[in-house]
Unconditional design. Sequence first.
Length: 528
Amino acid sequence: MTEHHKVGQDGILEDGVSFRPATQADIETYHRAEQQLASMRTPRFLPTGDANARLFVACFDGTGNDMRHDPEHATAVARVWQGVEDARRRDPRIGSGYVEGIGTQSNAVIRLADGAVGFTYDDRIERMYRLFTEKAAQWKAENPNVEVRLADLGFSRGAEEAAAFARIVHERGIQDPRGLRQERGELHYTLPPLVPPGRVAQALDLIDPVGTGMPRLSDRRPPASVMTGFQIVAADERRNLFQSTSILDAGASADGRFLSVTVAGAHSNVGDSYHHDGLGTLSYNLVVDSLNGLSDTPLAQKRELPVDPGRYVIHRSEEGAFFYRTSVFDRHGERGRVDELAPRGSPGDRFHAQPRDEALASQFEFRPVAIERVPAQSNAGLQAGATLQSEAEPAMRPADAALLAQALDGVHRLDAQFGRTPDAVSERVATALLPVAREAGLERIDRVVRSDDGRHLFAVQGELISPTNRWARVDASIAANTPVETSLQALHTLNIELDRRRALAPETPERTASQQTQTAPLRTIGAF
């Protein structure tokens, strides 16, 4: 596929949608995720010197993603697969398979239909199962004593495929591919399995699972043979069609088996398919650390972090197609979530993973995940990603100075309401409101209010109870701890992006009204 994005004013290929700069608080979500990952204990599937150990890495790409035909938008899954392929060439105990994402056909009509409902979902899982069983059969033919382990990796609908694949391997075991028969559209295996059901130890690595369409008709509950699992969820994805599937529950499971982290970014930020790839690189490196925890030698290599702070952004993915809607996010202030992992009528708990097979787990040594150093050149990139600023504090525009004065007045009124004396925290909160207010299209801040649970603060333009008010929201804890300089730098970068948009599209009254509607949908305060 030919790259159709043009080079932007920042010298980086455009991504087809607008974006805002990532803040220090956004970057910190990745640092916290890394710390949580380091506390996990994962099984040692591929010890050095174990002649009988084998590991197959199954990589399922996301909707519309195909590294072979669109390498310019290779995702974290594709990059991991390339790394595993390099490792396979050095170590014959490693095997891998890659299946491109749903909606990647050359025929435009079929591609659109598949992208909408995912009708090739089952076929792609079966393709991976054939790749896996054929490789396992080869290993068994060479050495009947081999023990085959499996790592399942996926992004988007590919993450749903990875979870369903784990279930299929658990239920089938490793079938002998020589016995495969197809009758009336049904697959049958006529020979004894190479490995019986439930005896293949597995690990899951899931990048922002999304199950729109066919995936929700399948069983994606992690089975008992899944020893460990790591999941990354995008906090800033707004599209109704991209609601997050909770294949793993948020946070760390009580037994330490699973970890699900939520990080800043839209769906394809964490999937690492945008050209402005600062957050994508951070997400990719998390996945690499998780996967490498299964082996004594690395299965994939971490990437250098971008030095340019302009590459650390959060995209407005809802601008990618005219039919995308964001009503769930607009109504609740957060992304929609799907908790059902199996169709109605499925036996047992349809919402959670099955308990781990502890007898199978006892065969492995569990150890903490090692967080590998990024390549040496990345020190500058890490600094850029951590601070997102390398310049002196930019001069404030008059309109922003007026907005800051209004924000300070609103915060001080809120302080008085709750018996607080205005202090440095008040200044940090008021300044943190500026970039989100500008991004939401607010021209003034008439009041600052707090949510009932105290977790969020809102800058409001207009009357509190009005169908035409506008508002912008910040996390109260993050705002209170974000340095003033960081918020001002984020505002400065956002203003540059807004100037760029205005320069590329001269305003007319009609266009201005349309842009305001897209940027900040009218909401009532009752939606808090």
